[in-house]
Design a protein around this ligand. Structure first.
Ligand code: ADP
Ligand code: MG
Length: 278
């Protein structure tokens, strides 16, 4: 069904490959058998999802809870393997890489999670948390270099180098999400996958974090795969939006076009939820 969706041709990277190309992604989870001889029941979380992201552009994935958004994020980050289908970053199939190759490739794509409380280790200093992605890379291997890079990253998200020796509990929710973004930035990634990055934050703080993400996009040419149940959040940051419903993309387009003339009844339901929000 995805192959029938209109796609917009855009210039890609030099070799023509998209920054991110997701093709026919399927992920079924087998649940424990109910009886010894019964086949394991399947949760069909994703049923053939395809999309691409060109360098420097951003795609929003919207859909209600349980539609498969976080499953997409985990597969794109190679934190989970698909039942079938492929995830290619600049043409490289992530599932075909060796562990060592994947470790190096991780420099190019980083993740920001929803929960700024749960995703930062409370026992680590900000310096260690932010520098952690560097551990897997050969560069910046000394603690001193890592600390310098962490300080640069913190500056980019509007925090101070005096914050390096503090712990997560000393920060507000919005500041913690800035720390999570600083960690994602430290490898200078091409793609940041952000799964509900502002859902846990107050609305006024949401706008600040989204504006920061927008600034970073312009400054560093980052692409986002921004996942949200909230069309307004995606509209803030993304060039294109894909609407996910029951593990499939039912509609894809520019956010403005979707707001004006959503085709799929499910998109209209999402829109009415946005319009009812005060
Ligand atoms: P969303 O992020 O849009 O809320 P998810 O991708 O988390 O949706 O989940 C999609 C579907 O897959 C849901 O029905 C969820 O219960 C199921 N699911 C997700 N992860 C697992 C898992 N590890 N085992 C079994 N079912 C899962
Ligand atoms: Mg989710």
């Amino acid at each position: 069904m995805n192959s029938t969706l209109p796609t917009t041709a855009r210039s890609g990277s030099a070799d023509g490959a998209a920054l991110l190309q997701v093709t026919d992604l399927v992920r079924h989870y087998a649940l424990p058998r109910e009886t010894l001889f019964a086949p394991p029941p399947l949760v069909k979380a994703l049923n053939g999802v395809s999309f691409s992201v060109q360098a420097g552009r951003s795609l929003g994935i919207v859909g209600e809870s349980g539609s498969g958004k976080s499953t997409i994020a985990r597969l794109v980050m190679a934190l989970d393997a698909p039942t079938s289908g492929s995830v290619r970053l600049e043409g490289r199939d992530l599932n075909a890489l060796s562990k060592a190759e994947l470790r190096t490739a991780r420099r190019d794509f980083q993740m920001v999670f929803q929960d700024p409380y749960g995703s930062l280790d409370p026992r680590q200093t900000v310096a260690r948390i932010v520098a952690e992605p560097l551990d897997a890379l050969a560069e910046a291997s000394s603690r001193k270099e890592q600390r310098e890079r962490a300080a640069e990253s913190l500056a980019a998200v509007g925090l101070r180098s005096t914050d390096l020796d503090k712990y997560p509990h000393e920060f507000s929710g919005g500041q913690r999400q800035r720390i999570a973004i600083a960690r994602a930035l430290i490898t200078r990634p091409k793609l940041i996958v952000a799964d509900e990055p502002v859902s846990a934050l107050d609305v006024s703080v949401q706008a600040q974090v989204l504006n920061l993400m927008q600034d970073l996009q312009q400054q560093f040419g980052i692409s986002y795969l921004l996942i949200s149940h909230d069309l307004a959040v995606v509209n803030h940051l993304c060039d294109d939006v894909a609407v996910v419903f029951k593990g499939q993309i039912v509609e894809q387009g520019r956010p403005g076009d979707l707001f004006r003339e959503a085709q799929h009844p499910y998109t209209r339901t999402l829109l009415s939820a946005v319009l009812q929000t005060p």
